[in-house]
Design a binder for this molecule. Structure first.
Ligand code: NOJ
Length: 767
């Protein structure tokens, strides 16, 4: 192989370099693998400054874009740069053919033949689509989530890709922000567990295996706290929120060995994240000892100029490099500016070396130096992608992601025979929307629709009537309020179908493209004329099962007040229709729990379960209309519509006998808590048993509840199981305002139950 030959010829020089290098000691950018460190250092010594900077440059491919498009003429510059060894990575290049084409240039036409690392947004699958990440989080099933990421990795790796820009681990309490669909919801504890599961799923045990890829925890940091849920907006949060809520999932990803992190677009307290040395150098690469590399977000280096933080692109390049951003995604900044900055002494070459070392290390770990085409096997591409096994895994994940929000009079599960069922709604027969946002590689309109899923049950009469579309148009980049439809011409057909039916199933919600990047909303009701359709149908038949399709919590008060049964089905990916039908017909007993609070109205946002008590919390007085001086809104019930952790089953569970092993523990002792859970219904069912704590007094005020454990159990009717939890200092401590983790003595409450609103509790002291 040409690459090997090139490097082999330089071996004597390399050995000399190695010896001098090890004498200098190891900077913290070195990996744990001395063999790779030696190889990387050897190569670094051969590289010109220009070539090193080239490794820090990432270009979009020539086929797709996921940000403001490259300017005319850019493609020619990019090709030239590729040939000159001035490109270290490409994104949005997909499929063996495309990847091979660019890799061949890097390996065969550049002086050192260093392979490219190929990045892609494999967010919830490559071609086989799993549920959107927020939906998966509702499963609370870490094994299933890990499996889902490993399926996504296997397909992407078979298509030439070796690096995904996932998982997004941003915690968010604001459903207006469209990107909540990409994350794991509002809670740092659940978010951290899911971050770990996803990193492990993508990266597997061996990064160089042909079915694993490097992961990227994003967006570092605090993007989920964009003011007013508005995309790309300012973030201004205090240190307690930063350390205790925002950072834990990133730390979990780093501790799980995630190979890369991505900057966020936002500024944090006045400093754009891409130029934020405190985040990148002090915390990530310093305190946490992160060994991978940091990629900017799309053009986020040059956007520091627009933010008013850098004077011009050169200044932005200096600030980003000094802060610790290693790879420039599509700012076209480093490649043009860094050389001069180094020559002028504004950026030390050691900073460049550190960044390049990190990037080359990951390339080595991926096995790209041994075989740059290791992810480019056309045969594997054909057999692995869209395999039966992958669709089976997607179906399994989809069923587990569904949350039964409400089921009055046990309208569900549906009877399998002798019924007339009206299936209504613009999303009911849709095969595109259920794929959700972020499905750049998959084919449009390839989901199993709810209609198709229901049709596979033959015992009932099914009447389908669309009623109304959600949007006039549904292309990925054109979703806009102006496109909501106002066409009600299908209402009469829908009403007529409902009149004839024993049960009406209505599939309503957001189109799959209404959430995701750049899709912030100020109203979270059912878009378009769907609310009117629901009310028109309800007027003739009240036996409605509302199946929601959405990428974020919605304000569905009217539905909650009127409709007997509500099923949260998110956007469940390729197998949506089968998953929904199997749940509606009771072949899968729903087990999901909400990873994000549902507000009653937008004014309640941010609304989340782990809020602080305030000096004037809810009290007995709170129901007294003459008493106003407490922390509340006076025009709405102050509880959420559905709390975090909520989710029902077709059976019922009873929690009792919560017990801790002692009344008082020492600071370093492990606290044990048990609880008996019984299945009091008639069907076998799964339950996510949740444990919350409250630290009653601390040097920094603590939330009224904090999730600190959960276990999924399955119980037969009448069966009881004792579930045990342990709490160590990791769960009992918190970050103080200087970012140090502390465990303080005092009184704690422990709650166990089936949602964050459980009241079953015990207490203990920590001394
Ligand atoms: C911008 C998004 O913020 C980021 O998450 C994504 O990975 C990049 N574009 C690349 O598509």
């Amino acid at each position: 192989m040409k690459l090997k030959t090139k490097i082999a010829g330089l071996l004597p020089l390399l050995t000399a370099v190695l010896l001098s290098c090890s004498a200098q000691g190891q900077p913290d950018s070195y990996s744990k693998n001395p063999k790779i460190n030696r190889k990387v250092d050897s190569l670094l010594q051969l590289m010109t400054l220009k070539e090193k900077i080239g490794q820090m440059n990432q270009y979009n491919g020539f086929w797709d874009v996921t940000g403001p498009g490259p300017k005319d003429g850019n493609a020619k510059v990019k090709y030239d740069h590729l040939r000159e060894g001035l490109v270290g990575s490409m994104l949005n290049v997909k499929g063996v053919e495309q990847v091979k084409a660019v890799q061949k240039i890097a390996v065969e036409e550049t002086r050192l033949g260093i392979p490219l690392i190929i990045g892609f947004d494999v967010i919830h699958g490559y071609k086989t689509l799993n549920p959107i990440p927020l939906a998966e989080a509702a499963s609370w099933d870490l094994d299933a989530i890990k499996k889902s990421s490993s399926v996504a990795a296997a397909e992407a790796a078979a298509a030439g890709i070796n690096w995904t820009f996932a998982p997004m681990v941003d915690i968010s309490r604001d459903a207006r922000w469209g990107r909540v669909m990409e994350g794991a919801g509002e809670d740092p504890f659940l978010g951290s567990k899911i971050a770990k599961a996803r990193v492990e799923g993508f990266q597997g045990n061996d990064l160089s295996a042909p079915n694993t890829i490097a992961a990227c925890a994003k967006h570092f940091a605090a993007y989920g706290f964009s003011e007013a849920g508005k995309e790309y907006n300012t973030v201004d949060i205090g240190s307690s929120t930063l350390y205790n809520t925002v950072l834990p999932p990133f730390k979990a990803a780093s501790d799980s060995g995630v190979k890369t992190m991505m900057n966020s677009f936002n500024e944090l307290n006045g400093v754009p994240a891409t130029g934020n040395a405190y985040l990148l150098r002090d915390i990530l690469k310093g305190k946490w000892g992160f060994k991978g590399f940091v990629v900017s977000d799309w053009a986020s280096i040059k956007e520091m100029v627009t933010w008013g933080y850098a004077q011009h692109k050169k200044d932005a390049s200096r600030l980003a490099a000094l802060a610790g951003c290693d790879l420039d995604m599509e700012s076209n900044a480093y490649v043009f500016e860094l050389e001069t900055l180094v020559k002028e002494g504004a950026v030390k070459e050691a900073i460049i070396d550190e960044a390049v070392r990190r990037i080359l290390t990951v390339k080595h770990e991926l096995g790209l130096f041994e075989d740059p085409y290791r992810y480019c096997d056309a045969k594997r591409e054909k057999t692995v992608i869209n395999s039966k096994a992958h669709h089976a895994a997607a179906l399994d994940m989809a069923k587990k992601s569904i949350v039964l929000l409400k089921n009055e009079n046990q309208l569900l599960p549906l009877k399998k025979k002798g019924q007339t069922i009206a299936l209504i709604g613009g999303l009911a027969a849709d095969t595109n929307s259920p794929l959700g946002s972020w499905r750049l590689a998959s084919k449009d309109s390839t989901a199993v629709s709810v209609l198709q899923g229901m049709e596979s049950y033959k015992g009932n009469k099914l009447i389908y009537a669309k009623g109304a579309d959600v949007n006039k148009s549904e292309t990925e980049f054109t979703i806009h309020i102006k496109l909501n439809t106002d066409d009600k011409s299908g209402f009469s057909e829908a009403v007529a179908a409902a009149k004839k039916a024993d049960v009406v199933v209505m599939v309503l919600g957001e189109h799959g493209f209404q959430s995701g990047e750049g899709r912030s909303r100020t109203e979270l009701g059912l878009p378009g004329v769907q609310q009117e359709l629901l009310e028109a149908v309800y007027a003739v038949n009240k036996k409605i099962v509302l199946v929601l399709n959405n990428g974020r919590p919605l304000t569905i008060n009217w539905a909650n007040n009127h409709v007997p049964t509500i099923v949260e089905a998110w956007q469940l990916g390729s197998q949506t229709g089968h998953a929904v039908a199997q749940v509606l017909y009771g072949d899968y007993n729903p087990s999901g729990k909400l990873p994000m609070t549902f507000p009653r109205n937008v004014g309640q946002i941010p609304i989340y379960y782990n809020y602080k008590n305030t000096g004037r919390p809810v009290s007995e007085q709170s129901n007294n209309p003459d008493f106003v001086f407490w922390s509340h809104y006076s025009d709405v019930e102050n509880s959420p519509l559905f709390p975090f952790g909520h989710g029902l089953s077709y059976t019922t569970f009873k929690y009792k006998n919560i017990k801790r092993s002692k009344a008082t523990y020492r600071l370093n002792e492990t606290v044990s808590v048990t609880c008996d859970i019984s299945n009091t219904g008639k069907l076998k069912g799964k339950e996510v048993v949740q444990l919350y704590i409250r630290d009653l007094h601390a040097s920094v005020t603590r939330p009224i509840r904090e999730l600190k454990g959960f276990k999924q159990i399955e119980l037969a009717p009448g069966e009881t199981q004792k579930v045990s939890f342990t709490l160590t200092k990791d769960e009992l401590g918190f970050y103080n305002n200087t970012g140090n983790f502390v465990v303080e003595p005092g009184k704690f409450e422990v709650f166990i139950g089936g949602s964050s609103y459980t009241s079953l509790k015990t207490t203990f002291d920590l001394k």
